[in-house]
Design a protein around this ligand. Structure first.
Ligand SMILES: *Cc1c(COP(=O)(O)O)cnc(C)c1O
Length: 238
């Protein structure tokens, strides 16, 4: 957090432009409409000044993983037109604050969490948009519903009051090779397409990070979550 604000603002704006160019090129390459992929700027661990720099450069959607940190930033940026996405793991004791502060939650992987989010969404707010997180590489101990259990989870949460089931999210295990990145993104896309028959309102495929956004766009991502490529490397968290 001890960065030089002006230097940092210019750096954020420059990297944001570079990410937009990557997204545009990836969409063209895939034969897709460039406007069909939303950019979520992942600002976890980064100071409010960096979010302001991205805002000034036209970015509106921000993703945060750590609830206490996020709440402080949301309060500091009160009055700005921002869509806040909670993209971290969601334990039961966090649902009330997530439901009250955020527009989206991407890490829903249990029926019970979805019910709590919906029940705790304050009256008068639009339903909380949710994505179901899929453990697409079946990594032991990792968050996300197993692919075989996804259809049952979607059926259980769709239509709950206070939330709106919008799509799927995954964090694949890191791969360097483009074809390997693409293959795992394709698996998530196929799950998404098969679910849409029963849940036609699902319109969001949340996949693609700084290292694999091209592969994700090639396989139909509608929202990419980009941190490092916009805000620079994060210090290791404790
Ligand atoms: C941190 C994080 C990102 C951004 O990752 P980068 O590699 O820095 O782009 C995206 N999604 C989730 C869920 C994250 O936790």
């Amino acid at each position: 957090m001890n960065s030089i604000p002006e230097a940092s603002a210019a750096a954020v704006a420059g990297r944001l432009t570079a990410v937009r160019e990557r997204l545009h090129a990836a969409a063209i390459e895939a034969g897709r409409e460039p406007g069909s992929v939303a950019l979520l700027a992942v600002s976890k661990t980064k100071p409010v000044a960096d979010i302001r720099a991205a805002l000034a450069a036209g970015q509106r959607a921000f993703g945060e993983n750590y609830l206490d940190e996020a709440q402080t930033k949301i309060a500091a940026l009160e009055g700005e037109r921002i869509d806040w996405h909670f993209i971290g793991a969601i334990q039961s004791n966090k649902t009330r604050r997530i439901a009250a502060r955020f527009d989206w939650a991407h890490g829903v992987d249990r029926d019970r969490i979805a019910r709590r989010l919906g029940a705790q969404r304050p009256a008068g707010m639009a339903p909380l948009n949710i994505c179901l997180q899929v453990n697409i590489d079946a990594e032991p101990g990792k968050a996300g519903v197993e692919p075989a259990e996804l259809a049952a989870l979607a059926a259980a949460v769709d239509g709950l009051p206070g939330i709106r089931l919008r799509g799927l999210m995954a964090i694949p295990a890191p791969r360097r090779d483009f074809d390997a990145q693409r293959a795992v993104c394709a698996r998530l896309r196929r799950l998404f397409e098969s679910l849409r028959a029963a849940h036609p309102q699902m319109d969001t495929l949340s996949m693609g990070m700084s290292g694999d956004l091209e592969a994700a766009v090639a396989e139909g991502a509608t929202l990419v979550r980009i941190g490092t490529a916009i805000f620079g490397a994060r210090l290791p968290t404790v």
